[in-house]
Ligand binder design. Structure first.
Ligand code: SAH
Ligand code: SF4
Length: 364
């Protein structure tokens, strides 16, 4: 079977060159400075200026001599994606719409908690996986995001919310989740580059343990992710525990069914005290029956995991419904009484269509 995710996703058209400075590692910044006849520390200053100070104009680099700033300005811009819409939710989270340089748009969500901030990032414009309950899946795949476009979402949200980076332990910890638009394992090269940049000590220095990638179950991608060290933590969107139902809502299951998925999870090289998150969307009368919970228990029983139940976030025309509160707590109890760690994700930002699976522009 040939499906959209068997093909590489389209990339941003045109030569990125110096216009994608946000994708550059400190080493690439140093190389550029060398070509301009500058000492290596200027490259580090450039990387730190972008990632730690969030400088987006050459004039802000007052640490550089005037003639260097002029030379850099002649070479290219630091292009942060432009925020075109901010929508705040009653729960404190904000959905941001970013316009990319080719005019396409993606969304990121800023979620403040008492002891941390979680940023939900998009990894692609649209998604090729076609899950039937997901608004992003309805869009189809437009293209991959570059690493710089993912970094741009982070820096854009931090700047908007005036997050202070002092590099000291008093900074509010940042968590990153690749759970916005797109299937991150269908764009693994750029996602891993952004992981490298986000965790770099000369940048935001976010610990690998605080970065999570969620996949719908692209088995070759899970295997590839397992070859990286360090790497983001793995979350798998199970969303169905019986092959016939899962195949109906997640076409990926027709290629890699539950047993293939489970095998890939079992061979995934987990570190000590590391667990996998199994996300499970509760769709009324489709994935929320007691028999579904029994199937989920069978799937999970020998996997070091935590389970995240996500009541369906309704969106127009989906044809799915959210289970009742009593059904949600029944599902939770069936799982929790076996000793599994279960949480129910009260999707943040539901009132602004920014919760998971709703990341699509209303007019699309
Ligand atoms: N593509 C990746 C990550 C983005 S989707 C993945 O599928 O894992 C993030 C999460 O939102 C997934 O667990 C997905 O199953 C869930 N999701 C998608 N649409 C949803 C909806 N309408 N309601 C609730 N959860 C949804
Ligand atoms: Fe893509 Fe994830 Fe939506 Fe499925 S749930 S269509 S993989 S974004």
């Amino acid at each position: 079977m040939v499906s959209a995710w068997d093909q590489p996703a389209p990339e941003l058209n045109g030569d990125l060159g110096r216009s994608d400075l946000l994708s550059w590692s400190p080493e690439e910044c140093v190389n550029w400075m060398r070509k301009l006849g500058q000492p290596d520390y200027r490259g580090d200053q450039l990387f730190r200026g972008i990632h730690q100070q969030r400088w987006s104009r050459w004039s802000q680099f007052s640490i550089f001599p005037e003639d260097l700033r002029t030379a850099l300005a002649g070479q290219g811009n630091i292009d942060f994606p432009v925020i075109t819409l901010n929508q705040s939710s009653q729960d404190g989270s904000t959905k941001h719409v970013f316009k990319l340089r080719d005019g396409l748009e993606v969304e990121g969500v800023f979620m403040p908690y008492p002891n941390r901030i979680t940023l939900c990032l998009s990894s692609q414009v649209g998604c090729a996986m076609g899950c039937t309950f997901c608004a992003t899946g309805d869009m189809g795949i437009k293209r991959n995001l570059t690493a710089g476009e993912m970094i741009g979402q982070v820096l854009g949200m931090l700047e908007h919310h005036r997050y202070k980076t002092t590099g000291r332990p008093t900074d509010t910890p940042l968590n990153i989740v690749f759970m916005g638009m797109g299937e991150p394992l269908h764009n693994l090269d750029h996602v891993m580059k952004s992981f490298h940049l986000l965790s770099h000590p000369k940048g935001l220095g976010i610990s690998a343990k605080r970065i999570t990638l969620s996949t719908s179950g692209l088995v070759p991608g899970i295997d590839r992710l397992g070859t990286y060290s360090p790497r983001p933590k793995l979350a798998v969107s199970l969303n169905g525990s019986q092959d016939d139902y899962r195949s109906k809502i997640m076409p990926v299951n027709r290629v890699w069914n539950l047993s293939a998925l489970k095998e890939s999870i079992l061979r995934f090289p987990l570190g000590p005290r590391e667990w996998i998150t199994l996300e499970y969307v509760l769709l009324k009368n489709i994935t929320d029956r007691p028999s579904d919970m029994q199937g989920l228990l069978r799937f999970a029983h020998d996997i070091p995991c935590k389970i995240n139940l996500i009541p369906f976030n309704p969106h127009e025309g989906s044809g799915f419904e959210t289970p009742s509160e009593s059904r949600i707590s029944q599902c939770c109890q069936i799982l929790a009484q076996t000793g599994l760690i279960v949480s129910v994700r009260r999707s943040r930002g539901q009132d602004i269509a920014g919760a998971c699976g709703q990341l699509v522009r209303e007019e699309d």
